[in-house]
Design a binder for this molecule. Structure first.
Ligand code: 2YH
Length: 274
């Protein structure tokens, strides 16, 4: 599993407004619209919750330790969506205690294997992997002007790819999934029988114009596949499209380190309240 780095956090908070505008241009919706769509809601549905809720972000030191700026970046993304969020001064269990004592009803925390949001009163837990997959699939659907009957390809059959595939199926898309590990693809197909497992990446890419790149590998999508009507939403870290290819597909390519994932986690954990 890819671990985020301190440098991944640089500038994310400061560039949120600009990133939101880029998303608006590409999809017709900003971060809030994409996250709301990922849970079948409208951004306005969440407005009344903004003044009612406080969100605590707890740094976790286990495993490889705290990533400088990680919790603060999560806080900034939540703040950008208009919610009140704070990072606890203490870490780990002390931080959790601090968050709850200071009135947080929703908690975000991550170790090396799991990044989750918890709604304490609602007893709800949302995993970053699934929420990120759904968020990027929602962005792809908006970029494509709907997915009904359209052919889509998901690269990577881990939690992010599975979240994306589930959303794409709900939108009526024709979903193919590729993973370098065919056991993972088969496992996903058993959970979602409507998904088509593919084992030839080149053929699948040549045949598909709407792609979710959810692998932890670099350079999975080569220049030759970047035809003019191709649209790619790429939650994978490191990103599977090199910088030259990103330029070629700019305006039809979405990738970030945390923004869509955190926004989608927040709206997913709150979705039962609106
Ligand atoms: O980057 C990661 C994991 N790879 C998340 C996996 C989610 N699918 N975790 C962030 C660790 C943050 C650290 N413990 C902190 O600063 O609190």
């Amino acid at each position: 599993m890819t671990r985020l780095l301190e440098e991944d956090m640089h500038g994310v908070g400061e560039k949120l407004a600009r990133y939101d505008q880029q998303l608006q241009r590409m999809t017709g919706s900003g971060l809030a619209g994409i996250a709301a769509y990922s849970v079948d809601r409208q951004p306005e549905d969440f407005l009344p919750l903004r003044d009612k809720l406080t969100i605590g972000v707890v740094p976790v030191s286990s495993g490889q330790g705290i990533i400088t700026g990680f919790s603060q970046t999560v806080q900034q993304i939540i703040g950008f969506l208009g919610f009140s969020a704070f990072v606890t001064k203490q870490k780990d269990v002390g931080g959790l205690a601090e968050a709850v004592s200071n009135g947080a009803q929703v908690i975000f925390l991550a170790d090396d294997d799991c990044f989750a949001a918890f709604h304490l009163a609602g007893g709800k837990v949302v995993d970053n992997g699934e929420a990120t997959g759904r968020g990027y699939a929602a962005a792809l659907a908006l970029m494509a002007g709907g997915l009904e009957g359209k052919r889509t390809l998901v690269l990577g059959a881990g939690p992010v790819g599975a979240g994306a595939a589930s959303f794409l199926l709900q939108q009526g898309a024709n979903v193919s999934v590729y993973d370098i590990d065919s056991i993972k693809t088969e496992r996903l197909r058993q959970l979602m029988p409507a998904v088509k497992a593919v084992n030839e990446l080149d053929r699948a890419l040549a045949a598909c114009r709407l792609v979710i790149e959810a692998t932890p590998a670099a350079d999975t999508i080569k220049k030759k596949y970047l035809v003019p009507d191709m649209r790619i939403a790429a939650p994978g870290i490191p990103v599977g499209i090199n910088e030259q290819c990103q330029q070629l597909i700019s305006g039809r390519f979405i990738h970030d380190v945390l923004e869509i994932g955190v926004a989608s986690m927040l709206y997913a954990v709150l979705s039962d309240e609106c």
